[in-house]
Design a protein around this ligand. Structure first.
Ligand code: ZN
Length: 491
């Protein structure tokens, strides 16, 4: 079984995630739901993101609507540009996403900006046919990936947002004014986005409805190297790569600027924050890289783009798109809305239309990668134990409370300990099955600790605390448990 399959099995069995509408045969692909353990992990991931990025950098967070007017996407370019190339079999009518289809059949990467004609030429060159019926493939056309909605009885045209950041651009001038903003200023948002993917696949890795954590840093394009906060991260290691390189270049943020591999201090600062954040998630950052995108690969709005990618059993997985979007978005919204979106930079009291550098994070993919990088199988005597070595501050359950047996008052004592802790910590009370089975269930859900209440507890008011990773046990006073758990949660 591949690691992907193992994580999937664990996700289904332990309540991390599962397919949407799964009891119905017409459930559409590309929609997945989080169960109780998944929600807990996701909430903690988001709190860590707030701590390490939003609060650390003094960003502001907003929560915009998922439904947005057509004008927004005229201005943003999504109506005309947010398309995927598709082709239809002339014989059986099967529809394929052209670039992926060619990549799968030939192993060549098809750049995002290739024209329809160039893609047709590739199909001809490789003599590609419909895999279902061997029929001829028709010419490439464009499919817009936004979900179109009709609002109210008149069905006014609107769309589900394909990226959360459009609310940030639309709201920028109000937030800047009311919150007395200063450039550079980060505005952050967590929320759902929707893309009508032609070929959703691999559970959380390519969804039609997904969570993003996006940060848009508004900056003065004339001051990208005036970044006092850069000092905090100048020694942070960046791992840089571009296609054609034989190896990843590993160097500090400061060296990356000196060598011209990262364009300025502002970009380097945020790339470094991102690495420091992912280190805290438990993802092995030695297996990560910032891949600099070529001109053909970049999204239509980006001038400089790095994808933060992590190695998984499915290959390199893009977790964050880091795009220098220049003034593309604010200019588009200013022109379409006729609003002046310039702001005064207090440094020189001059008006400026800010540029934007963004960190567009996929939450679902990040959670998948955390699970895969935390998953271990270990031999314990004759048994193989599956254990999820999540950081305590990300673990869905911090501690399991397990009475060795329920008689002689042990069950009562255990329930008392549970109720003393459950409001402040994620605890799980479990009295069913052998103690070994109960440990296994907790380990698979990533719980770092198990507290066992036994006969000795009734004598001296101590419990056994078992550590998930080392399986070591120690006696802890019941009155010290709260402090023990608090210490364990330190980031
Ligand atoms: Zn066909």
């Amino acid at each position: 079984m591949s690691n992907y399959d193992k994580v999937m099995k664990l996700a289904l069995e332990r309540g991390f995630y599962f397919p949407g509408c799964e009891i119905y045969p017409d459930a559409p692909a590309g929609f997945w739901e989080y169960g109780p353990t998944g929600v807990s992990l996701k909430n903690k991931f988001i709190e860590l993101w707030r701590r390490q990025l939003v609060r650390r950098d003094g960003m502001m967070e907003i929560d915009g609507c998922q439904v947005m007017s057509k004008s927004v996407f005229v201005a943003s370019g999504h109506i005309s540009n947010f398309t995927d190339p598709v082709m239809k079999c002339t014989k059986c009518g099967s529809i394929f996403r052209a670039d992926r289809f060619i990549e799968e059949k030939t192993g060549d990467r098809v750049p995002e900006r290739l024209s329809n004609e160039d893609i047709d030429a590739l199909v001809k060159k490789h003599g590609l046919k419909c895999p279902n019926c061997k029929g001829e493939l028709g010419n490439v056309s464009r499919f817009n990936m936004m979900f179109r909605l009709g609002i109210g009885p008149a069905a006014e045209e609107a769309y589900l947002r394909p990226e959360t950041c459009q609310s940030i651009f639309v709201d920028f001038s109000r937030v800047f004014k009311t919150m007395r903003g200063r450039l550079p200023m980060g505005i952050a948002q967590i929320g759902k986005s929707f893309r009508n993917e032609i070929a959703p696949r691999q559970s959380l890795l390519r969804l039609r409805e997904f969570y993003q954590a996006e940060i848009e840093v508004f900056c003065n394009p004339g001051r990208l190297d005036e970044m006092p906060r850069f000092e905090e991260v100048k020694g942070t290691t960046l791992r840089l790569f571009k296609d054609g390189d034989s190896d990843i270049t590993v160097l500090t943020a400061e060296e990356a600027i000196a060598k011209g591999l990262v364009p300025n201090k502002l970009v380097a600062y945020y790339l470094a924050l991102l690495v420091e954040f992912y280190e805290k998630t438990g993802i092995d950052v030695i297996k990560s890289r910032f891949r600099r995108l070529s001109d053909e690969e970049k999204a239509f709005y980006a001038t400089v783009a790095f994808d933060f990618e992590v190695q998984t059993s499915t290959g390199w997985l893009e977790l964050v798109a880091c795009n220098y979007r220049s003034d593309y978005d604010l200019k588009g919204h200013a022109a379409t809305s006729k609003e002046n979106l310039e702001v005064v930079d207090p440094v020189d009291q001059k008006k400026v239309l800010p540029h934007v550098f963004e960190l567009s994070m996929g939450i679902d993919r990040s959670l998948y990668t955390i699970l895969e990088h935390s998953y271990y199988e270990e031999q314990v005597k004759e048994e193989t134990r599956a254990v999820l070595k999540l950081k305590p501050y990300l673990a869905p359950v911090l501690v399991g409370i397990l009475p060795l047996m329920t008689k002689d008052g042990l069950g009562e004592k255990a329930r008392k300990i549970h109720s003393d802790l459950k409001l402040d910590f994620d605890t799980f009370y479990d009295e069913s099955g052998s103690i070994g089975r109960r440990y296994r269930r907790l380990e698979e859900a990533g719980a770092p600790f198990a507290v066992t209440i036994d006969q000795a507890t009734m004598q001296d008011d101590t419990v056994t605390v078992r550590h998930r990773d080392s399986m070591q046990q120690e006696r802890v006073k019941v009155s010290d448990l709260r402090q023990f758990m608090q210490n364990a949660l330190a980031i």
